[in-house]
Design a protein around this ligand. Sequence first.
Ligand SMILES: O=P(O)(O)OC[C@H]1O[C@H](OP(=O)(O)OP(=O)(O)O)[C@H](O)[C@@H]1O
Ligand SMILES: Nc1nc2[nH]cnc2c(=O)[nH]1
Length: 203
Amino acid sequence: MVEKVYVTYNQVHKLCQASADHMLNEFKPNLMIAIGGGGYVPARILRSFLRKPGSPNIPIQAIGLSLYEQLGTDPQVEQPGKKVTRTQWLDLSSLEMANLIGKNVLIVDEVDDTRTTLEYAVKELEKDVATAAKQAGRGDERATFSIFVLHNKDKEKKGHLPEDMMNEGRYLAARTVGDVWINYPWEATDIEEHDKMAEKQTT
Ligand SMILES: O=P(O)(O)OC[C@H]1O[C@H](OP(=O)(O)OP(=O)(O)O)[C@H](O)[C@@H]1O
Ligand SMILES: Nc1nc2[nH]cnc2c(=O)[nH]1
């Protein structure tokens, strides 16, 4: 059976806090794109840490991507499905996509497992920004994407991220872990029990 790791809200908060300075200094994000559902809470926490005094909060846009489903017998541990399903996307016809042209865009998710979801997100967003730039008469302008995840699993990846992103250090994981199953607090139906399990792991 796969090892389970329980992560608390407090730990998520501190992982975001500890990573924020690096992102402010290196990624200099103009806006975030949260991959829902798991990316929403980290993105919102990060927004407070990315705020510069005297400046407004950076906006959070949301996309919904889903790969995993509950196939096995353990209700907590899900298995990857065959393909990424879009449950929400940015609107190419409104200004949502055009708003990314020329910007530093920080993509936020909670976990990088097989990397399938992140590969999909970056490829599709790059494609749509290129289309939006053409439509707006802004030629070869693009967005510069960077990525933040709470946890990266150290394993062979099915998905791949652009070489320039990796070479230029535009990928940040707050923690690198083994091939364990991580239980995040927002998935818990009994948060007291969840926190107890997390506490047990640290003692
Ligand atoms: O690296 P990968 O193997 O692609 O896995 C990572 C993705 O899996 C989870 O999403 P899920 O499909 O469970 O959707 P959810 O966030 O709505 O639960 C998680 O939120 C990541 O987006
Ligand atoms: N909650 C959760 N979702 C995932 N999606 C892919 N890997 C994981 C994981 O370890 N935990």
